[in-house]
Design a protein around this ligand. Sequence first.
Ligand code: AMP
Ligand code: MG
Length: 427
Amino acid sequence: MSAPLTSVAAHRQSCLDLVRPLPPLDLALRDALGCVLAEDVVSPRPLPAFDNSAMDGYAVRVRDVETATEENPVGLPVVGDIAAGRADTLRLVGGTTARIMTGAPVPQGTEAVVPVEWTDRGVSHVVVRRAPVPGQHIRLAGEDAPAGTLVLEAGTRLEPRHIGVLAALGRARVRVRPRPRVVVVSTGTEVVEPGVTLARGQLHDANGYLLTAAVEDVGALGYRVGVVADDARELAAVLDDQLVRADVVITSGGVSEGAYDTVKEVLSAPGVHAVRFDRVAVQPGMPQGLGTLGEQGVPVFTLPGNPVSSFVSFEVFVRPALRRMLGDEGPDPQRPRVRAVAGTGWTSPEGKEQYVRAAWTRDAAGRFVVEPVSGHGSHLVTALARATCLAVVPVGVSEVAPGDEVECVLLGPLPPEAALDVPGARA
Ligand code: AMP
Ligand code: MG
């Protein structure tokens, strides 16, 4: 009898234990999108830094124009012209005005800015047809954030809005967890590059592209290595070469029980690599390997060769580990889970946690409804492409009947219309 299977939870924990969040690094702002902030960001000065005009208009003292109406406009001499970027300190003399542009510093003594739309747009003399209230159209220094404000907290995953505020605070660099560099190696003598005409017995490398894209989708850096044939010496050489630039290595193929399962052969040989091969209670994706490569101890995940198995293994085991390296632990905003009602039934191997490629919809009552997209075959890539979620059937369940509730991992963020008012949705 073969050894009992490792549970999904235990294998996932082993994958998490294999990696650490990468040490923080100062990155140029342009490179920081998607990275997790490793510092609290405090405003070094007031934002805005100086009182400035919110409109193109005229800087005034309120009392000088307080009687202005359409019928009884008020005229004022225009004694200056203040463009944005003006650096000298100006003072507004009572009974006069200065033309001022949006973003230009307001002269001392300014109580309001009259928008050009309320005037005759005069250059040396202006007619004002409406009275502003005190402070109108003046943006005060520090009204966005006084100096010393905590603007972003460590742990924030940087989105474009965050990059914008960091730039506004004057930050050229920012301390973040860097993106792990993930080397993706496909193995198989039968596997050839897309673009190459297939000879009999060959197929195109789906996994290398799928996994590299999945790596980048998580926010890590994916380096796809060309396909390596089922040759132990060649595979060992490629892995050795790649270690210098890898924080993680992912391989696909060559880990089952057949002859020519080269990944298993090379990585379980005694030597510098420390990789163990387990049978995990998951369908698809039972044969899984994990460990470290070389003296550097680079974490490696060896995934099965069938593309669907590779994908599911990545989702269930590798994705959480990469998020950990990115410093992004906790619920995955890209992978919300919902409870859905099975629209049709299917069977599941009782001893395994099953991940079924499925598509979700909403019924008239707003409930999520889930249906498998095709048969169970792990080579069925077109069905995989149609899936919008993975329905998870726990160990101990051998059949899902129509109407049963199943937990589903959505393969993308919850669309806004679905997020509205959905009972049972937890992002
Ligand atoms: P293996 O795990 O190497 O025995 O491969 C299992 C199945 O997946 C075989 O049918 C392989 O041809 C197929 N396969 C392996 N690698 C890839 C790949 N990179 N792209 C598409 N199919 C693959
Ligand atoms: Mg193979």
